[in-house]
Design a protein around this ligand. Structure first.
Ligand SMILES: NC(=O)C1=CN([C@@H]2O[C@H](COP(=O)(O)OP(=O)(O)OC[C@H]3O[C@@H](n4cnc5c(N)ncnc54)[C@H](O)[C@@H]3O)[C@@H](O)[C@H]2O)C=CC1
Ligand SMILES: N[C@@H](CC=O)C(=O)O
Ligand code: NA
Length: 435
């Protein structure tokens, strides 16, 4: 290996340009800490002529980024393109097969193909690092995989998507519309190329599945994450949650249960009501927070910027510094062959309090019908809010109720009993209360 750590950058968008800027500005400090200079050798992106606010003229340009995998003057390929498959995956596979280390911010690719890539890295002796893929600038991968390595991790949860957190907290503090705030999050560089990945919870599910594999030592299982997003949340839900003493946050939550021979993995991404005095309630804007509970460390909380060019570049370069130092543990902390198989846990027995929002016809008997369904499903209601309807006597009304703690299966049963009822103008929305 040459004295300098020679890197090739695939993708020079929000994060890639941030990496170039960071290496320019902090290069000599980083060289001292890493023990050698991190040198950009070549770059590749879709449009060579685009103004990115950084000068790329000193670097070789490759139109085809997969060429990096074959270059003798490249030690590490840094993949900042995105997409679970396509050119990013082709490059990642080739680079690792050829023994080049890979640093990536691509959670979609790691969630879908992380085990295959980790195996390729094990076979060729290359490093695979993905700190930027989970919770942006927060050292969550390092914290969980190294800092908490002595613990059995029992539960991981947190706020894993900056775009959704920005949207929810802006709606909360300004009363602005969902669409306006989403456009702003996109302009600020927080959102994915396809923002439905953010708002429908998929991006957070990618990250949660990675954290679960790393923290629990289980095989990655993105497909079984129970995923819902924030697109159905209205200003009225935020106002009702506020009146009840809660804020709404998109939460990722995972735990393992059962015996070593039959482990069950629970993974969910969904909007939750978070009590205003809970540490996650104060997390606003594009900030993320990751909580892990270790059997000796107790609760660890990592908080910081989850999206944006600077923080994400900081995580990418931290991985490069580890590679330059030769300090790279296995991608999932233990060899892929030692990761435990799990089955998806059945959430029906989980006991929660839940907020249920319904939009109902404003006519006699509707509330009786709803409360009868709750009674028949053995769900008891703790509080209930109904707002007056400004649009006239016949317009539908929005009601919100909070249940006492009950099994999720019971709430599902109540909603099944109400299915098809002419009293319900739209499908009810259930948000659980975070414990
Ligand atoms: N923006 C953020 O705050 C964060 C982004 N990430 C991840 O980092 C990666 C990059 O994200 P951004 O920089 O935001 O994206 P971006 O869209 O700003 O940049 C993507 C770059 O890849 C290039 N590219 C895309 N498709 C290509 C193709 N088919 N062939 C050649 N070049 C191609 C584009 O020209 C551009 O230079 C993604 O995996 C994203 O999920 C991770 C954490 C935070
Ligand atoms: N789109 C993502 C970017 C970082 O992972 C987010 O909003 O969190
Ligand atoms: Na991170």
């Amino acid at each position: 290996m040459a004295d300098n750590l020679r890197i090739a950058l695939a993708g020079v968008g929000t994060v890639g340009a941030g990496v170039v800027r960071l290496l320019e500005e902090n290069g000599s400090l980083i060289a001292k800490r890493a023990g050698r200079t991190i040198e950009v050798v070549a770059v590749s992106a879709r449009d060579r002529a685009k103004d990115r606010g950084v000068d790329l003229s000193a670097y070789d340009w490759e139109d085809d980024m997969t060429a990096f995998a074959a270059r003798g003057d490249v030690d590490v390929v840094v993949e900042l393109v995105g997409g679970s498959d396509g050119p990013a995956l082709a490059l990642a596979r080739k680079a690792l097969e050829n023994g080049k280390s890979l640093v990536t911010a691509n959670k979609a690719m790691v969630a879908h193909h992380g085990l295959e890539l980790a195996q390729l890295a094990e076979q060729s002796g290359a490093a695979l690092r993905y700190e930027a893929a989970v919770a942006g600038g927060i050292p969550a991968i390092k914290g969980l995989g190294e800092g908490a390595a002595a613990n059995r991790i029992e539960r991981i949860y947190g706020i894993l998507n900056g775009t959704c957190n920005y949207i929810l907290s802006e709606m909360e503090s300004t009363g602005r519309d969902f669409a306006d705030v989403l456009a702003e999050a996109q302009a600020l560089g927080y959102a994915e190329a396809d923002p439905t990945f953010d708002i429908e919870g998929v991006d957070a599910a990618h990250k949660l599945s990675i954290l679960a594999a790393l923290g629990f030592g289980t095989r990655l299982d993105f497909a079984s994450v129970d995923t819902s997003g924030i697109s159905r949340i209205r200003a009225a839900d935020i106002a009702q949650a506020d009146a009840l003493g809660y804020v709404i946050r998109l939460i990722g939550l995972a735990d393992v249960s059962g015996s070593e021979e039959s482990l069950q993995l629970f993974q969910r991404v969904a909007p939750y009501l978070v009590a205003k005095d809970h540490p996650l309630a104060g997390v606003s804007g594009p900030t993320n927070a990751v909580v892990c509970e270790g059997n000796f460390s107790g609760r660890l909380l990592f908080e910081g910027a989850g999206a944006g060019d600077g923080p994400t570049a900081s995580a990418v370069v931290a991985d490069l510094i580890d590679i330059a130092r030769g300090s790279t543990p296995p991608p999932f902390s233990i060899p892929v062959s030692a990761l435990e198989e799990t089955a998806p846990a059945d959430p029906g027995h989980r006991r929660n309090r839940a907020y249920i929002r319904m939009v109902v016809a404003d006519k006699p008997g509707v509330l009786a019908e709803i409360t009868a369904a709750m009674r028949d499903a053995e769900v008891s209601i703790e509080s209930f809010i109904q707002h007056g309807q400004p649009d006239g006597d016949d317009a539908p009304v929005l009601i919100g109720m909070v249940t006492h703690e009950s099994p999720e299966a019971a709430v599902s049963k109540a909603l099944t009993l109400l299915e098809g009822s002419p009293s319900l103008v739209e499908e009810p929305l259930v948000m659980r209360l975070l414990r």
